[in-house]
Ligand binder design. Sequence first.
Ligand code: ATP
Length: 370
Amino acid sequence: MAGHGTGDLNLVGLSKSFAEFTAVHPMDLTIPQGSFFALLGPSGCGKTTTLRMVAGLEQPTSGQILIGDTDITNTRPHQRNVNTVFQSYALFPHMSVEDNVQFGLRRRGDKDAKRKAQEALELVELGHAGKKRPNQLSGGMQQRVALARALVNRPDVLLLDEPLGALDLKLRRQMQIELKRIQQEVGLTFIHVTHDQEEAMTMADSIAVMNAGRMEQLGDPATLYEHPASTFVANFLGQSNLLTARITGSAGDGLMTADVHGHDVLVQADKVPDGLVDVWLGVRPEKLALGPGSGRNQLRGTVTDASFTGVATQYLVRMPWGMDVMVVQQNDGSARARLGEDVTLAWDPGHEFVLDSAQAEDAGVERVVV
Ligand code: ATP
């Protein structure tokens, strides 16, 4: 096959413009062979355009796409060993499930088409459903058939474009776990496009967060969550409290002091980029404890909202300078704070992340910082 090659997928200076509008700015990215990779970002950030360039459905404006050493930039979609699963299953309604799955193999004259189709159906746990028609299956099962069809010829890269978008939440969660199991079983490179941060974090080994046509940060889920490189990433992946702060000096023991609206707090020194003074001090809601004695850093505020969410309660605590800080506490049987109660917010140095406050302020920051 002309576009066949195994190895890492490399995007080199890859960009796409539509007339005057740049949907994807030149991007360099290596996706290791056999990894589960997510392209994550809000609507319109360029993730589908990136995926479509890899699939060969969109001609790049600049740059190259390589699988291993093979340059596939100018090969036609069907010549690339790259398959795509879309949100719409695009199954042939008049064909049985089995025929849908083996359709491509048959066309290529593969004598093992039937056996391979059955194996692919077993992989997605539909080994018993081969004789059925797509419309006899639920949405989730149809999506599995589409997956079996895309996997049956063992592509080098499988592209998943919001494949779970049409499923209800419970089924979606089940399919996330299923997809991860299938990827681990087949060991192929999966690239999953989604705007759902929880979905990306649940499934992917690595995530590229995209914003306005650029890759904002690349990393494994825990790194992106614990060490977001920008306010955009901090707000897009989970909830963040971003406190305006000023680094005031060294406190020894690998710590620095910071001033938060007239209150001294300690910050881990290696989290403060060299020379930065005016910063956003980010603390995730679940890193904050209500009550003194639960952390070396302490601020006082008043509970303005308490929402019971089952395993946890989510509080909003109004700071004296007007900002609402979000706190999430596990419901472990201990007493819950009441509306209007004055409380202490506590956390330990090291549980923060520090960002340059001079960076572009996106809407998310304005929402949480008063
Ligand atoms: P979504 O999740 O909504 O699909 P996305 O992150 O996948 O968003 P893209 O579909 O890649 O975003 O689109 C990125 C930008 O490029 C959008 O502003 C979109 O309007 C624009 N765009 C995409 N395709 C075309 C096209 N064929 N012609 C002109 N503009 C386009």
